[in-house]
Design a protein around this ligand. Structure first.
Ligand SMILES: [Zn+2]
Length: 570
């Protein structure tokens, strides 16, 4: 009763309407943001005919807002950066998540984007590394909600991957949960000292083991698929223990890599959404006037895409299954919300490039590992060729230590403290490295630290790379490969500033029974936008300020005409 009176008073005070109450307020009390890992926008068009009437995509097409040209603006399109952008409204250049990992200059070793040696994991861990959001240098929408509601908004994140759960959720959340290598829900003591009871009992029941021996079969009749009638597995790289074709049988419960193989199938989505349902129900999300936030990442789509490639029957099938499972999930929440206003947002952290060997078969240039990275020592690696070039050009004696600290996917780190790189020699070494890279047939663009910091960056690729550059974490030269060239040994991957990696869905649905005048305007919007606009848009719809580090503007297409007080129907 006390709370009701308080809200009655607050609403009246804010909007000058003494008759107003929480019940009449149309501000959403729950926002669910789902990031489907590696869900390229292209899939929504290619598989459109196969989507189900009860699924999420046709539903949003009918009732929601659909952005056809949403692109990540940063150039290094890996998972960590993609998730770091969505709920902060900040790019890796300021939020610090420049890649899934970067080089610590003090040790020369790679640092995982959410690694935190001072953290301890909570729950039944199985050799998983200690992690926390400490490396994320920006606040999230969840953090902002916690600040302005005096922590009365509830904020939860759930995913199979730790970095996805953590980077979408932020610092002040009530919990961010992910699946351990042992197939159990865990979290970090950064968030809490104990798992909630409902996750402890899920863990205790060995719920993930019920998938043992089950088969991933095609969801629909084969004739419904866009994939050509004959399955062509050329270039696919199934994990050991995985079959190349359907049906894909899940391993036995005792198998060493049990949860890994299950994650590489739609059963991983099932587990994630099961966790999400428990949170919605047991934490009573959306049930009071302080808006709650649930962040979900579906990681299995990424695992399946890396293994079988975007042209596979597996990717088509998991996309149809995602469509149906998310449709059911929205129904589940809707029932609990009993018509009250809430928002559902769907996006992705990045897209994917086709398997290069398949592309090359069509006589289109596509190379794998054209610029070799560290790890493969021996004559002819990028590291060694660059080292030799820089030593010769800068006249460095054989007795002096190496100049190149590390070469990782899209960055080259020089030893900034090297005696031969004092003063102008450091900038000279960067230029030599950049020009050497630009002379390689597989390199499309390269820029130096010096160029970025002095504001000399032009061109679309260079601008994208600049947004992936953080002065304390990035290398000294950033580069990207020609279209369809990839680095790495999984079948297909992502990480470039090219369209296939940046173009992702941005779909918004308002499923409750809110009056038309206060709803987000449904429609198909073709303006080029960025997932970084999600945070400021949701902030405005919730009548709270955007995250402190946010640099993007809200999507004006989604802002309703009237300020949420049940204005006149249009
Ligand atoms: Zn990936």
């Amino acid at each position: 009763m006390k709370r009701f009176l308080l809200s009655w008073f607050l609403c009246g005070a804010l909007f000058g309407q003494g008759t107003d109450s929480y019940a009449a307020d149309q501000t959403p009390t729950l926002v669910v943001v789902v990031s489907v890992d590696q869900l390229a926008y292209e899939y929504l068009e290619r598989f459109r005919r196969g989507f189900d009437e009860r699924g999420i995509f046709r539903r949003i097409e009918r009732e929601g807002a659909w952005f056809t040209n949403c692109h990540h603006r940063h150039g290094v399109t890996t998972t960590g950066p993609g998730h770091s952008v969505q709920l902060t409204g900040a790019y890796p250049s300021t939020n610090g998540i420049v890649d899934n990992g970067w080089i610590d200059r003090a040790t020369g070793k790679q640092v995982y984007c959410v690694a935190d040696p001072s953290a301890h994991l909570v729950g039944p861990i199985a050799g998983d590394p200690p992690v926390s959001p400490r490396n994320l240098l920006a606040d999230t929408l969840g953090d902002r909600l916690k600040i302005v509601t005096g922590s009365r908004s509830k904020v939860f994140g759930v995913a199979i991957k730790d970095r996805a759960s953590i980077l979408m959720t932020g610092h002040a959340a009530d919990g961010a949960f992910w699946i351990s290598d042992g197939g159990k829900w865990i979290t970090s003591d950064y968030y809490r000292k104990e798992l909630p009871a409902y996750l402890r009992s899920w863990n205790a029941s060995d719920a993930s083991l019920r998938l043992a021996g089950r088969s991933w079969e095609l969801l629909y009749d084969r004739s419904r698929y866009r994939h050509s009638p004959t399955e062509d597995t050329f270039g696919e790289r199934p994990l050991p223990g995985m079959t190349a074709d359907f049906p894909h049988k899940m391993p036995d419960a005792g198998a060493k890599n049990y949860i890994r193989l299950v994650s590489y199938s739609p059963f991983g989505i099932e587990i994630t959404l099961e966790g999400a349902r428990l949170i919605v129900a047991d934490e009573k999300l959306g049930q009071d006037e302080f808006p709650d936030l649930l962040l979900i990442n579906l990681s299995s789509n990424d695992y399946v895409g890396h293994t079988f490639g975007p042209e596979s029957l597996e990717v088509e099938d998991i996309t149809y299954r995602t469509d149906l499972m998310l449709g059911e999930f929205v129904d589940f929440i809707n029932e609990r919300m009993e018509g009250r206003p809430w928002l559902f947002v769907l996006t992705a952290d990045h897209g994917v490039a086709p398997i290069p060997e398949r592309t090359a078969r069509l006589k289109i240039a596509a190379r794998r590992n054209p610029v070799t990275s560290d790890g493969k020592e021996g004559p002819g690696t990028t590291h060694q060729m660059l080292e030799a070039l820089l030593r010769a050009k800068l006249g460095v004696k054989d007795s002096q230590p190496s100049l190149v600290l590390a070469v990782i996917e899209s960055q080259i780190y020089l030893r900034q403290d090297h005696p031969a790189l004092k003063g102008t020699a450091f900038a000279e070494a960067q230029r030599l490295t950049r020009d050497w890279l630009l002379a390689q047939p597989s390199v499309a663009a390269a820029i130096t630290r010096e160029q970025i910091l002095s504001g000399c960056v032009n061109g679309a690729l260079e601008t994208a790379l600049r947004l992936s550059f953080h002065p304390r974490r990035s290398g000294d030269v950033l580069f990207c490969l020609e279209p369809y060239d990839i680095q790495g040994n999984v079948a297909a991957t992502h990480g470039s500033p090219w369209d296939y990696d940046t173009h992702v869905p941005l779909l918004v649905l308002e499923p409750g029974n809110t009056p038309r005048s206060t709803r987000i305007p449904a429609g198909r919007y073709h303006r080029r936008v960025s997932p970084a606009s999600i945070a400021p848009t949701l902030a405005q719809l919730l009548h709270v300020p955007p995250p402190g580090g946010c640099v993007e503007e809200p999507l004006y297409e989604l802002l309703p005409d009237s300020p949420n007080e049940g204005g006149n129907p249009r």
